[in-house]
Design a protein around this ligand. Sequence first.
Ligand SMILES: Cc1cc2nc3c(=O)[nH]c(=O)nc-3n(C[C@H](O)[C@H](O)[C@H](O)COP(=O)(O)OP(=O)(O)OC[C@H]3O[C@@H](n4cnc5c(N)ncnc54)[C@H](O)[C@@H]3O)c2cc1C
Length: 669
Amino acid sequence: MLVIGGGPVGLMCALEAKRMGVNDLRLVDKATKQMEICKASTVWPRTLELLKYAHPAVYTDMKDYANKVAILSIYRGKAKENKTELMAKIDLEGRFNSEVETAFCLEQFMTERFLSTDLEKRFGISIERGVAVKHFQDMGSYVRVELHDAINDVVEIVHTKYLVGCDGAHSFTRKNLNLHYPGEAFNKVFVIAHCKIDGLQFDNKQIWTVLNEDGIAFAAPMPNDTWELIFDLSPEQAKVFFGSDKPRDPTITELNRLIMDRVPGTPANAMHSPLWLGHFRIHSRQVERYSVGRVFMCGDACHIHSPAGGQGMNFGMQDACNIGWKLGLVLRGTTSSHLLNSYHLERWPVGRLLVLGTETQSKIIFDPNPIVRQMQFLLLPIVGNHASALASKAAPVIGETIYSYRNSPLSVEHWCFESLSYAFSNLFLRFDPERVLQRRRTGITRFITNRLCAGDRIPDAALSSSFGKEIDNIPRSKQRIAEQRTSKFRLLFGGENPDVADSEDVGNDVSIRTIHSLCSEAKLTALLFEAAPGYGDSSFGHGGQETDLKQVAWKLETLTDGLIKAHVIGCGERNTQRAFNVVGQCMYLVRPDGYVAFRSQPVDINMIIRYLQSTMGVKIPMLQEDNMALEDGLSSSHESDLTTVIRMLGLVSVLLTSNIVMTWYTSNA
Ligand SMILES: Cc1cc2nc3c(=O)[nH]c(=O)nc-3n(C[C@H](O)[C@H](O)[C@H](O)COP(=O)(O)OP(=O)(O)OC[C@H]3O[C@@H](n4cnc5c(N)ncnc54)[C@H](O)[C@@H]3O)c2cc1C
């Protein structure tokens, strides 16, 4: 495959595809060297958790270098009094519903550097610099691409199976596909500086915004005591500021004048040692399709919006993760290419939400009429009084942990509430997996949205210290520390034992496993949950339907030739069971990007296999070569017919008994 663009999104795409086992991959960029400009300053928890287990070296490098920030503050500028006044301080720390508790602030070029270093060290792939894509054509079974190497002035024709355009806002890929980029441009101009500031009244543990009647100042605290500062200018202000109709990069002297207006109380010449001074306009656009045939687009090539909220690069990197694992499976020959159709169907709708959200947000922040601004001055201090409630709601949105793919064709559920409906479904539908799968997707369970559904990002939760073999070998004293740490996670993820202190001093040799770490392999993960204690005792549970999950785990791993890694989660893992809303025995099939693909309750191996084959297009060689394995699995459907008869008899007896009780009750009344 060929990736166009060595920005953060192209790099992430290459890393994900290589992690999933793509052999031949090239990454080209027309720029002869990396631009050392700050741009995307904030990396949010969803991106960080994707990096943490799949690309740990990148995560560690970022963690060591970045400034960790979780506070968003909004101030009011009071020019007459030459000061600012705090209106709202929103502390998002630990509220992202993620193991990563803060955002990381670092320059975009450093994020790119960490990504490219890992790509080079782990997979031996470097960005081919100075190489531009000049033309491409989808030939049906491959894409013909014309590359121009500007350094050596050489034209090369390449035939590639798939082309991924991560080539930024002015995307050549998008233009060559003749796709529209509908949306609008804001009429404001923005000036930006990456520099040091002396005598600033705010500490560097907060991302702050100062609202004034005539404009805003926004800043993110960067490593090495620097700041990224952005100011908005209306067309009239821009004319005065630039001394002409044509915007240009500002000087530090001009910005020093501006900051004294926008952040009253800042001393003269506070901004100095600039690393980057620039200007830009904001567009809010989304392309109509994220893919055409064998060509895909990710990042700014398909969506662009205001930097308010710092979402663009994060979202683009998540686009790259989505297409990366799918291309990996297809190119390895594990699945059929129709899996790739889900890329547009999943990423376009969440991209739409993002573009509309940031558009509204930007209009409120940057472009209010004077009455709206006065309302903000009135309302924000009230909001500030309820900052903690607001933080809990806002953090998963800003941290991007809230997005899900519930309406994706890949998100399927096979779920029976209780033996009653299970009995009827068996009786009337017999064994017709396609119908059952379809029925589950559109059935009654879709109304219960406040639960973990197929398509949702899996929650994280700590597993007990006894989970897995590796921890069995550590001495008891260290296991105790591990247990304490587990309790710390319980605290984070809403569990019990709030008294346990933060055990930062725990040695690194004790590895606490969390669900996210279990699901970080470059494969699908089947989490097979045992029923919660006591469930299934009554005749209305799945009583008598207990499946041997170890057997299922073994079958899944064997049948799929290692595509699936299966884990049995015992009923003692209460923390995890609660996070997954587990009551009865069930299975969650997790995609390599950490979203639930398929949920089965009860655990039905036929359904899982059917899902893999018909929905994901997985080629299961053992099943194709001889049908023995499937027949072996299907024997459970004969069992379930027998169970159905027994259950129906049980149901009749329950109905008879209740009838007798009712008759007795009414005659006595
Ligand atoms: C001021 C500012 C602040 C921002 N802050 C944030 C933030 O805090 N958080 C956040 O998430 N986002 C932020 N963003 C957005 C973020 O910078 C972009 O979303 C991000 O750069 C998109 O990455 P990309 O890889 O898609 O594109 P780019 O970074 O634009 O990379 C595209 C690459 O493709 C190459 N290329 C283009 N055409 C060709 C071709 N024909 N052949 C070969 N190579 C080609 C280019 O040389 C370039 O290297 C901010 C943006 C701005 C302007």
